[in-house]
Ligand binder design. Structure first.
Ligand code: SF4
Length: 374
């Protein structure tokens, strides 16, 4: 989701980079512990240098939940992350997203009204069999945290939960132990990669649900036969990593280890040496011996930061061209400076992200289930 972002004021546009960083530092000093800046690993260097905490979605969600005494949280990430922070904090706390156009293309691929329509179709497809077996409501919905608050609320209201790339396996194991079928939103690749690693066959155990087609493009029989239904969504950034790139690196530099994010396609994850969340990628590289060579399949800012902070290792992007998340990249130091300066001046928090209480309450049910699982 991206909202209308007001233009930066001229005074900030014309300020030198140095002055912008000085303004942020001065604002942070004045605000003290009243304000915390959270920065996702895919943020620009000019932003992440000011973050009080950095992390992936799971780590930042956990931190937001613990910031009980912090009235202002500035979330340098994308819209669903700021929504999640608002859901996990009290009504007295305020969350800002410094550029309202920082959405997530993957989250936008699962509109809640499409999910609700698909759910009704899926329940109807199962109805006879499930009733006969006395197993109504045995579809367990799980959404990747990269989704809108309304979808988080949907899974909360239907006995499901939320996962991140760091805990997806534990969450999916929980869901499949509870239900006959898993309905996984919105990232088909994360769902497929994790379920395959658990031993499920992508051809016979999984179907891809196309929301534009009746019954997701399948027959009732096929829906009933598949344990795992994957929503047809994906991350356009991680789609830029290919098997061809892996084969090229294997041929040119066999000693290079390849690590990719599970949002990459199955053939890419299968051919890589390792796959994991951004935190897991960081840990694998940090713990590797001096002189290690890595090709990394995730967003460019993280790969470049890893390379800069580990000069004893050779760290490159798996894709030699730019794999940048354009929406993450929207947030600049100037946007951050604007939000902080407004707070210092006593103005209302700029770009506040709020989730209505009904949606937030149902989303919290789903998030709390996730937190109890790991
Ligand atoms: S990298 Fe992909 S999943 Fe992550 S915020 Fe960007 S579009 Fe969304």
């Amino acid at each position: 989701m991206s909202l209308l972002q007001p233009q930066l004021p001229d005074r900030l546009k014309s300020m030198s980079d140095e002055d912008v960083h000085a303004l942020i530092a001065a604002s942070k000093a004045k605000l003290g512990d009243r304000c915390v800046i959270l920065g996702h690993h895919y943020q620009r260097d000019e932003v992440i240098r000011h973050a009080d905490h950095t992390g992936d979605s799971l780590k930042l969600a956990r931190i937001a939940r613990e910031l009980e005494r912090t009235p202002y949280i500035v979330f340098c990430g994308v819209h669903f992350m700021a929504e999640t922070a608002d859901i996990l904090t009290s009504p007295a706390q305020e969350v800002s997203l410094p550029d309202l156009q920082a959405g997530c293309d993957m989250a936008d691929m699962a509109e809640t009204w499409d999910v609700e329509a698909a759910w009704d179709e899926a329940m109807a497809a199962l109805a006879t069999k499930e009733r006969d077996a006395g197993k109504e409501n045995r579809i367990v919905p799980v959404t990747y945290i990269n989704s809108k608050a309304s979808l988080k609320a949907f899974v909360g209201n239907h006995g499901g939960t939320i996962c991140t790339s760091g805990n997806a396996r534990a969450v999916i194991e929980w869901a499949l132990a509870r239900g006959e079928h898993l309905f996984f939103f919105p990232d088909q690749h994360l769902g497929r990669n994790i379920c395959k690693a658990m031993g499920f066959d992508p051809e016979t155990d999984m179907i891809l649900w196309d929301p534009k087609k009746p019954l997701g493009g399948h027959t009732t029989e096929k829906i009933r036969a598949a344990r795992i239904w994957l929503w047809q969504g994906h991350c356009p950034v991680h789609a830029l990593f290919t098997l061809h790139q892996i084969k090229k690196i294997r041929a040119e530099s066999p000693e290079t280890r390849i690590i990719v994010h599970p949002e990459c396609a199955m053939e890419v994850v299968d051919a890589a040496d390792l796959s994991g969340s951004t935190e897991q990628i960081i840990r694998a590289i940090e713990s590797s011996p001096e002189g290690s060579r890595w090709a990394v399949g995730t967003e460019k800012h993280l790969v470049e930061r890893l390379a800069a902070s580990h000069p004893d290792k050779v760290i490159t992007s798996l894709n030699p061209y730019t794999c940048l998340c354009g929406t993450m990249n929207r947030i600049s130091a100037r946007h951050l400076a604007w939000v902080l300066d407004d707070l210092v001046q006593g103005r209302p928090m700029r770009n506040r992200i709020t989730v209505d209480e009904k949606t937030a309450a149902a989303s919290r049910v789903a998030l709390d289930r996730m937190f109890t699982l790991n």
